[in-house]
Each structure stands twice: as C-alpha cells, then as structure tokens.
Design a protein around this ligand. Structure first.
Ligand code: ATP
Length: 313
C-alpha cells in the first residue's frame, strides 16, 4: 500500500494499547451496557495519529492492520475530530493519518486509542487548550476505553469502564501478546457472556476488583500479578473461539506466570518474569504453531502524548 507522508504542519500523537489485568462484568444495565470493574494497564504497542488541515475529511492508514479499519466517517479518529470541531465551532476539515500497530478488534482498545489520539491532536492543532476534565468528558462520550488511553499507566475503571481511579502500583511488567488473524466483535462477546450466564443460572452481583490483584500491583511482584489475572469475558471468548483456551494453556505450560484473554479478545496476554523470559516464551509459542503473530511489550507506559515535530519529520 502506498502511503502519503505526514503532511506539513501536522500534529502527531502516540497512543498505547491496553490490557485488562482484571475484568469483572456485572449485570446488564438498562442502557444496554454492563457495569464493569476493571484494572487497565497501558502497554507498549502504539498507534501514531497525525492530523493536518485539509480540504475535506480524509483518513490515510498505514501499518500491518491498515486495511482492517474504516477510512470514512465511521473511523473512530474521525468521529473524535468531528466531535471536537462541533463542540468548539471549528470550521475546518482534516487529513488524519493513522500508523496502526495495535491489532484491530483484538480487545486492546485499538479504535479507542485512535479516538484518544485524535482528541489530543485536534486540541493541539486548533490551540484549544482543553483541560483534563474537558478531554475526559469528550473521551467518555466516544467510548468506554477512551478516557483510560488518555491517562495511560495503571488505572481502575468502573461504570462501563470510563470512570477512572488511580491504583497504587510499582514495577514494569513484561508481556507477550498472542494476536489472532481474525478479530472478535465486542458486542458478540458480551452477548455470549449473557447467554452462558443465563444458561448456567449464574447469579451476577456488582463487580469488584480482587484484593489479590491490588496487592500484586502494589508489590510489583510479577508472579503474584500473573496468578491474579482474571477476565469474566474469557468463558465467552473461549466458547466462540475454543482454540484460545488451548493457546492460553500452552503459554502457561511454556512458563508464563499467567495468561488471560485481553478484554473481549481474541488477543491472549501472557505475563512473564523478565524481558528474557518474554523472548523465551515467544520462541516456544511460535514453535508450537498455535499462533503466528506474537508481540512483546512492556507496561505500564504513559497515555496519549504529542510527538515532538522533529521525531515525525
Ligand atoms: P476494545 O478493546 O475497546 O473492545 P477492540 O480492540 O476489540 O476494542 P477495535 O480495534 O477498537 O477493537 O475495533 C473495533 C471496531 O471498530 C472494528 O470493527 C473496527 O473496524 C472499528 N474501528 C473504527 N475506527 C477504528 C480505528 N481507528 N482503529 C481500529 N478500529 C476501528
């Protein structure tokens, strides 16, 4: 695919992917969303979102997943930019370039990351000087994961995931992400979760983060964190994609400290002891033939950040 270079005067924002260290799914709310309790960690897989003034709205996508995202008004970065333009009465159109390295429909908040990137980039390009609260409010209107991508680090999310609270954490964690060629639709995974719960007559209470996970983050102990990883959507993801269970079990057998489906999947996140251990695990998983696309990353990393112009030239 031929990709235009970043336009002169463009503002570029780098945005991270997320993994849910714990995801507890409560009952379905009257508005159709489920109440959630989650702990997010931002990890070092990034998209770059660049915006520049242009004669019309345009999306140019680059990178390994470029052909999987919409390039019309459905693109979440365009929706974010249009929302800012409407709210602050900016009568301009933008060319938005997305260098996409976060898997699409992988449970790693790729689309939300691009929306967060566009918000920060538009704020900078148009000199709006939005404060944290204004950005957070726009972010929540665009999607449940968007506010977290703005902040990054580690954070607890409640409501539908958009209400954030800080968590005490120390240490850097080393991950291997096993990425599937075909994504899973988030609404389908929630629907399957509801179906399984109804079939099993499961009582679903208000979701709560475990004390074990919070203690593991406070101590920075990867073994404790590996043992505490949890995702209530995992049974639904396994039900829709049975090979994911095999993949998760294989990673743990090959020495991961823990393995969990990220968000609504199908990416499986494996926590390892160290950088070296993450290399070893990648080699073992690649040799097993269970997954061809393996990415190593560390977390936590910071949230959306403007890239200094010299680095984008
Ligand atoms: P989450 O973890 O927040 O549930 P996800 O990582 O599973 O999300 P996304 O990559 O955000 O999923 O993609 C979800 C859908 O959004 C896809 O069908 C995709 O086509 C669409 N989409 C719209 N804009 C974008 C974008 N800029 N990047 C990725 N996907 C986008």
């Amino acid at each position: 695919m031929t990709v235009a270079p970043t336009l002169p005067g463009a503002v570029t924002v780098r945005v991270p992917a997320k993994v849910n260290l714990e995801l507890r799914v409560g009952p379905r709310r009257p508005d159709g969303y489920h109440s959630l309790a989650t702990v997010y960690q931002a990890v070092s897989l990034h998209d770059d979102v660049s915006v520049a003034r242009w004669e019309d709205w345009q999306v140019v996508a680059a990178g390994p997943y470029a052909d999987r995202i919409p390039t019309d008004g459905d693109n979440l970065a365009v929706r974010a930019a249009r929302l800012v333009a409407e709210r602050w009465d900016v009568d301009e159109r933008l060319s938005i370039r997305i260098d996409k390295d976060i898997p699409v429909a992988g449970g790693m908040a790729g689309g939300s990351a691009d929306a967060a990137g566009a918000l920060v980039a538009c704020d900078q390009l148009w000199g709006l000087g939005l404060d944290r609260e204004e950005l957070a409010e726009l972010a929540a209107a665009l999607g449940s994961d968007v506010p977290f991508i703005l902040t990054g680090g580690n954070a607890m999310g409640s409501g539908r995931g958009e209400q954030l609270a800080p968590v005490l954490a120390r240490g850097t964690f080393h991950w291997v992400f096993a990425i599937s060629d075909v994504g899973l639709s988030t609404p389908e995974v929630y629907a399957e979760c509801d179906r399984l719960r109804e079939r099993d007559g499961e009582h679903v209470g208000e979701p709560q983060i475990s004390a074990e996970l919070m203690a593991a983050l406070r101590s920075g102990d990867p073994a404790a964190l590996g043992a505490a990883l949890h995702n209530d959507l995992e049974p639904a993801a396994f039900s829709l994609r049975p090979q994911l269970r095999e993949l998760r079990d294989a990673g743990v057998e090959f020495g991961a400290l823990g393995g969990v489906v990220s968000g609504s999947g199908p990416t499986v996140a494996f926590l390892t002891e160290s950088h070296e251990a993450s290399l070893d695990l990648s080699v073992s998983l690649a040799a097993s033939d269970l997954c061809r696309n393996l990415r190593r990353a560390k977390g936590p990393v910071h949230g959306a950040q403007v890239v200094p112009a010299a680095r984008t030239a």
